[in-house]
Design a protein around this ligand. Structure first.
Ligand code: ZN
Length: 622
């Protein structure tokens, strides 16, 4: 699309000889995936590799540590393999004279807890699971993933059903044979499988076929409310209106509903793999907390899959990505996820609520003073697995939330500069919209982002991004909120989004008052410099008592409210082997972040959240 864009076709198969892959999931309910590969080879040295950088994970896969068996043969004779001394993902062997292929048999463990908490890993319970093909293969080193054809077969456990974006050539009972596909497409097309699984068509005018596919631990959890289907239909319609094209032939929202599987979301070109609690879609409050995941992962089909930073469009899965543009890949996706959720009314989403929680979180992140937003992206591969404790001081994967706030500011600047004639929608359509069909990838550099923004509004975008992204900036990132005619304020009652998050997740977010973030009785983190930090409460401690009485959330809430009337706030916490009482100097009561309108400044959030399609006219305004 842009002059500098590099096309790396997903399905561009070369003449490289195909690998035959058979994956047997019949033992997956007990956590084992069996795979057999027949790999064409020539006599001499051969290096096979386990994919290391699975797209969308933004960090090395841990699946190679879950190998439970590996045997290589040629013509029925065992071949010795040796692990590379410095690259644990690589296996070296000698192909004997006369052989034209090697056979690889491997067992891969795929427990419910996933493979090193990777979102791209395979994960199974006795009832359901997701197969990530990239964690079930070894492939010849040095072959571009788009040029390595694979002919895959899959056997399911008895009585299970499956759904995948990978084109199926033939189906016979629990066995499936797939059309030849590139390794890139295979790895990008996970299989959702389970005993209880439904495929629900999602209709939107002018859109290619979409399916909402749900696999659940129980038949009861499959009772998807009609309301949710309506929300998803409006989401698809609103995305079409925003981007102007659908860059895929069909799309699947693959949803795993299980309390045993680690919750995650992973984007793919023609599907999204979203793992959430068993009743996450049934209960309206729980749905509210998960709705953003659907819109976020869906936006990635455009931003991240069709269009990708050049440093992340690597030829194979072994080359490390340059992740510095994750504030575009994830940050813009997060912003557009909010926008599309609000426009389609997905889960009752309100744009100001999403923005308020993110802005308060980033305002509390004191690490902003020493690290830039770009630096959090460059360090993403260690940021994802980092502890929650200490994240306010260290920073985390802030390119999601702060990235989204930067894009809100860009949107507000365009709308103000053009007096409402143009918006970030124009940039999104030109930069990410592309053509319908596909899938195909085109890469971009930061210069392309700046040039495309400049075509929408003649502002100093290079200077803007230098100040917001490249340089560390201690001030809270609220300029976009203010430019949109709102400001971050405090309220005694949480927004409905925050209330839902706290009820569903068991969290208690006191960032804006005493500076604590609690998960049930655990002190997840303490805002540096806050009243709780000055009282000496350490991150990671356990909250035992409030004002001398056993801790419950209600008692803590009551005690916080009473501080406004002069009440004391003494917390007994357990840290390591010791107990300490900390008196917190605080008179401000309970405070939750909300956005309030700034009188006399036009309300741009209402304009951002306004539906663009007739299908969504009943969606609530912000
Ligand atoms: Zn994402």
């Amino acid at each position: 699309m842009l002059g500098a864009a590099v096309a790396v076709g997903l399905a561009a198969l070369s003449a490289a000889p195909p690998i035959d892959l058979e994956v047997d999931l019949r033992d997956a309910p007990s956590g084992v995936v069996h795979a057999r590969l027949v790999i064409p080879a020539r006599p001499g040295p051969l290096t096979l590799v386990a994919p290391k950088w699975l797209p969308g994970d933004h960090r090395p896969s841990n699946a190679v540590a879950e190998l439970a068996s590996l045997a290589v043969t040629a013509g029925g004779r065992p071949l010795a393999w040796t692990r590379d001394p410095v690259d644990p993902y690589a296996f070296h062997l000698q192909v004997p004279r006369g052989a034209d292929r090697v056979e690889v048999a491997l067992d891969q463990l795929a427990p419910p807890a996933g493979q090193g908490s990777s979102a791209a890993g395979s994960s199974f319970t006795s009832q359901l699971g997701v197969l990530g093909w990239g964690t079930a293969v070894l492939v010849p080193a040095g072959v571009p993933a788009a040029e390595q054809p694979v002919r895959a077969r899959l056997t399911l456990p008895r009585g299970w059903k499956a759904s995948t974006a990978l084109p199926i050539a033939a189906r016979e009972g629990e066995a499936m044979r797939f059309a030849p596909a590139s390794l890139e497409l295979l790895v990008d097309s996970p299989v959702l499988a389970g005993r209880h699984l439904v495929e629900l068509p999602v209709h939107a005018p002018g859109a290619p076929p979409h399916l909402l596919v749900v696999a659940a631990e129980s038949e009861e959890a499959l009772a998807i409310p009609a309301e949710l289907r309506g929300d998803v239909e409006r989401l698809v319609a609103e995305a079409g209106a925003l981007f102007g094209a659908y860059p895929f032939a069909s799309y699947r929202f693959l949803v795993t509903l299980s309390d045993e599987i680690v919750f995650s979301g992973l984007e793919h070109h023609q599907c999204a793999d979203m793992r959430m609690p068993e009743r996450a879609l049934l209960d309206p409050v729980a749905r509210r907390t998960r709705a953003g995941l659907l819109s976020h992962e869906y936006v990635h089909a455009w931003n991240g899959k069709s269009r990708r930073p050049q440093g992340m469009a690597t030829a194979d899965f072994q080359a490390p990505p340059d992740a510095r543009l994750l504030w575009v890949y994830e940050g813009l996706t997060h912003y557009l996820g909010w926008v599309l959720a609000a426009r389609s009314g997905l889960g009752g989403a309100r744009l100001p609520d999403s923005i308020a929680v993110a802005a308060q979180g980033m305002a509390s992140t004191t690490g902003r003073a020493w690290r830039s937003l770009e630096d959090t992206a460059a360090a993403a591969q260690v940021g994802y697995g980092a502890r929650s404790e200490g994240a306010y001081a260290r920073r985390s994967v802030d390119f999601y939330w702060e990235g989204a706030l930067v894009w809100l500011e860009a949107d507000a600047r365009i709308r103000r500069e053009s007096r409402g004639a143009r918006s970030l929608d124009d940039f999104v359509r030109a930069f990410l919209g592309g053509r319908s069909g596909g899938p195909a990838v085109s890469a971009y550099r930061v210069e392309d982002v700046i040039a495309a923004l400049g075509k929408v509004a003649p502002l100093d975008w290079a200077g803007f991004l230098e100040a917001r992204v490249v340089r560390a900036r201690p001030e809270a990132p609220t300029a976009g909120i203010e430019a949109a005619g709102w400001r971050l304020a405090m309220s005694e009652t949480p927004s409905s989004l925050q209330a839902a998050q706290e009820r569903v997740l068991g969290s208690f977010n006191l960032e804006a008052s005493v500076g604590l973030y609690l998960s049930d009785d655990r002190v997840v983190d303490v805002v540096p410099g806050s009243p709780a930090a000055r009282a000496g409460i350490p991150p990671g401690a356990k909250l035992v008592a409030v004002n001398g009485r056993k801790h419950t959330r209600q008692r803590l809430e009551d005690a916080l409210r009473a501080t406004e009337r002069g009440g004391a706030l003494e917390l007994l916490v357990e840290s390591g082997e010791r107990f300490h009482t900390h008196a917190i100097a605080w008179r401000g009561g309970l405070r939750y972040p909300v956005l309030v309108r700034e009188a006399g400044v036009p309300d741009l959030l209402a304009a951002v959240a306004a539906p663009r399609t007739v299908a969504a006219v009943h969606a609530p305004a912000p």
